[in-house]
Design a protein around this ligand. Structure first.
Ligand code: T46
Length: 137
């Protein structure tokens, strides 16, 4: 089972009377070179994102506005973590099933990814995922 406390990254944040500025450099603040950035926004109430795992992709998720809950599953157990602090990143590694649920209105999930988009990197079938991680015969 994934230990979420070991996956939370404290992103450098400069605070002054004008507000907060948080920044991220690849290979310095996240453990990979950043090859792609995308963001999930205007997510309707009740919508669920994710529902897959990746063979090779590493990602860091940041709740840059509002919040959402991440369900992480390594095939041997699930953990849920609420992300709602724009100064924190959540690292998701290879072969980890993820679901993003319960977005607040206006919630935005910024994702930093270690690789370009490749459909062949996705495992979208949960039984296939369980077999691949050795959690099912
Ligand atoms: C993940 C969660 C957090 C692209 O063309 N390029 C891209 O970089 C991405 C991420 C997606 N797409 C296309 C592929 C689909 O036709 O956008 C469409 C929606 O993608 P998907 O259903 O995979 O979106 P989510 O929100 O379920 O999952 C995404 C990422 O795919 C996934 O890696 O971890 O966000």
């Amino acid at each position: 089972v994934i230990d979420v406390s070991k996956r939370l990254l404290d992103l450098p944040t400069i605070t002054d009377p004008r507000g907060h500025l948080t920044f991220v450099e690849g290979l310095r603040h996240v453990p990979f070179d950043i090859k792609r950035v995308y963001y999930l926004h205007h997510v309707p109430a009740g919508a669920e994102r994710g529902g897959h795992a990746h063979h090779a992709l590493h990602q860091v998720l940041i709740a840059v506005s509002g919040g959402f809950t991440v369900v992480l599953d390594d095939g041997h157990g699930q953990v849920r973590h609420r992300l709602d602090d724009a100064r924190k990143g959540l690292l998701i590694k290879t072969m980890e099933w993820r679901e993003l649920v319960d977005f607040t209105p206006g919630g935005v999930c910024l994702v930093l990814a270690s690789r370009p988009y490749e459909e062949s990197d996705y495992i979208r079938d949960y039984d296939t995922f369980l077999r691949a991680v050795g959690a099912k015969a």
